[in-house]
Design a protein around this ligand. Structure first.
Ligand code: HEM
Length: 176
């Protein structure tokens, strides 16, 4: 195992342990239900949303640059490491936190009721499907099996942006 790979594996293990501890602390907090928990949950939800969106916007950008690098080149191998780490250490955990805290807010604050909330959840399901598509692309790039041109990834880049704008308008304006 090269130095780069072993330090990557250590970083992944640390991230997994940190996520495990955080998940346990969260479950304990939901069970305790102290005053002010709703606002803390909302703060964590928004922090997770920012991390998730940052990754969802950056991954297709990396794919655009990756398409322009030669197969087997040092640059292409570096993009593989960047894509894998971004997905595993940031994008995947951020999506899980967004869902867990978003569902808690929806249940505690609104009893899962409201047209805006149902529309928002539908759009977040679509955003999660885009997440799945990008995760599949990380795997294909890692195996040098990507067949899509840079132009495709430039267009995919716009999808999370459009969904994010609609989701934020729904939750803040609550138009219906
Ligand atoms: C996983 C599904 C999600 C659910 C069930 C959910 C649900 C909720 C709920 C119920 C609130 C509290 C609203 C309030 O107190 O007025 C909230 C806040 C918020 N959510 Fe989500 N959310 C989800 C995902 C997302 C995503 C993907 C984004 C952005 C791309 C997002 C952005 C926000 C923002 C910005 C707030 C703060 C709104 C405010 O304080 O006025 N949420 N969410």
């Amino acid at each position: 195992m090269s130095d780069g790979q072993s330090s990557g594996a250590v970083a992944m293990r640390r991230a997994a342990v940190a996520i495990g501890i955080f998940a346990l602390a969260t479950a304990f907090l939901f069970w305790l239900d102290p005053a002010g928990l709703y606002l803390w949950a909302k703060a964590i939800h928004v922090i997770a949303v920012i991390a998730w969106m940052a990754g969802m916007l950056y991954l297709p950008r990396l794919f655009v640059y990756h398409c322009d690098s030669e197969l087997g080149s040092a640059q292409s191998e570096t993009f593989k490491v960047m894509e894998r780490r971004l997905l595993r250490a940031i994008v995947n955990p951020a999506m899980i936190f967004t869902w867990v805290f978003g569902l808690y807010l929806a249940w505690k604050g609104f009893g899962f009721w409201g047209g805006w909330l149902h529309a928002k959840i539908l759009l977040v399901v679509l955003l999660s499907a885009v997440h799945g598509y990008l995760a599949g692309a990380v795997r294909r790039f890692a195996e040098d099996r990507n067949e899509k041109p840079a132009r495709h990834w430039r267009m995919v880049n716009e999808v999370p942006t459009i969904l994010m704008i609609a989701i934020v308008i729904l939750v803040i304006v609550k138009p219906f």
